[in-house]
Write a protein that binds this ligand. Structure first.
Ligand code: 0X9
Ligand code: ZN
Length: 306
């Protein structure tokens, strides 16, 4: 049976999602936001109570960077909470929005981290100089490659030969544009360093609604700390970490016009490359719990603004 005491292979999680559809008929469906370079589905969960009632959508994207295994694990943990939590607050949120949860935005890369190279980050499309993959979080068509993105195919932050060169980002962006509901919030899960980030990555100029974003940010950090005292920092990407153009979050904010767009860099804290992506499986559940607490506070804070 599926659990959060270990990390799962892609097919395991895809099978689990199909089983959720069977077990929650009329509430859960899967969606396919396109296919990867190697032909795998970008398979996600759509959770919607009370069909026919007009609601806004919340989109949770994970697994963009292949080696950040805690990201898909946290996305599935949260999806499971939406469907089975006894907390009235979570049950109420589950019913108030249409949820789109995509655990694996880069399925080829994830499979490759299981088969061949645990620290693979990018997609798996062949590029020039016999190098493989583009950084899918530098490939989106909003201020593409302006700063903090490489034009060197062998680089870990290669932006790709052009915006949306990768089938994963191209089809996911098309899918997002095609959603019937307005997307109220877009959340991208990465790891690591325990940061919460908001736009922009291409400029130090703050987004127009930054005061609201800062208020939501504080609420989300409070939620993160409540259960185990876990401390996050962060802010706008450009100042809080480094200039980085072409992310899904910035595109969601700038093009999709989702005013509440955030990126989490999940556990662990610190910057050790050799340990940071190998968060012990025993921390999946605590990470899931505190991130669920944080998301609940984030959404409540955002909803209280409107
Ligand atoms: O560099 C990245 O893409 C993210 N950090 S990671 O270590 N997970 O690779 C930061 C993403 C935040 N940047 C933007 N959203 N622009
Ligand atoms: Zn990442």
């Amino acid at each position: 049976d599926y659990s959060w005491t270990e990390y799962h292979e892609l097919n395991d999680t895809h099978r689990w999602m199909q089983q959720l559809v069977e077990k929650n008929q009329g509430i859960v469906t899967t969606f396919v936001a396109g296919r990867s370079y190697e032909g795998r589905e970008l398979l996600g969960l759509r959770i919607s109570h009370s069909a026919g009632v007009e609601r806004q959508a919340i989109f949770l994207e994970a697994g963009m960077h292949a080696r950040e295994w805690i990201s898909p694990a946290t996305a599935t943990y949260f999806a499971n909470q939406l469907l089975s939590s006894q907390q009235p607050e979570i049950q109420s949120l589950a019913r108030s929005y249409v949820w789109y949860i995509l655990p694996h935005a880069n399925p080829d890369g994830y499979v490759y981290t299981h088969s061949t190279n645990r620290l693979w980050r990018k997609t798996r499309s062949p590029q020039e100089k016999n190098c493989m993959g583009s950084d899918p979080n530098r490939n989106w068509g909003f201020h593409w490659r302006e700063v903090g993105a490489s034009d060197e195919p062998c680089s870990e932050s290669y932006a790709g030969p052009k915006a949306f060169s990768e089938p994963e980002t191209e089809s996911l962006s098309q899918y997002l544009m095609s959603l019937p509901e307005p997307v109220f919030m877009y959340v991208s899960l990465h790891s690591f360093s325990q940061l919460l980030l908001y736009p922009y990555g291409h400029t130090s100029a703050l987004p127009e609604n930054h005061r609201q974003l800062e208020r939501i940010f504080s609420a989300a950090l409070g939620g993160m700390k409540r259960r185990f005292g876990t401390r996050y920092t962060g802010g706008n990407v450009y100042d809080a970490i480094y200039p980085a153009a072409g992310s899904s979050m910035d595109w969601a904010y700038g093009v999709l016009k989702t005013k509440y767009s955030f990126t989490y860099e999940l556990r662990p804290s610190g910057y050790s490359f050799w340990t940071g992506f190998r968060l012990p499986a025993s921390q999946i559940i605590p990470t899931g719990q505190e991130t669920t607490d944080s998301l609940v506070e984030m959404i409540k804070a955002a909803a209280s603004i409107e």
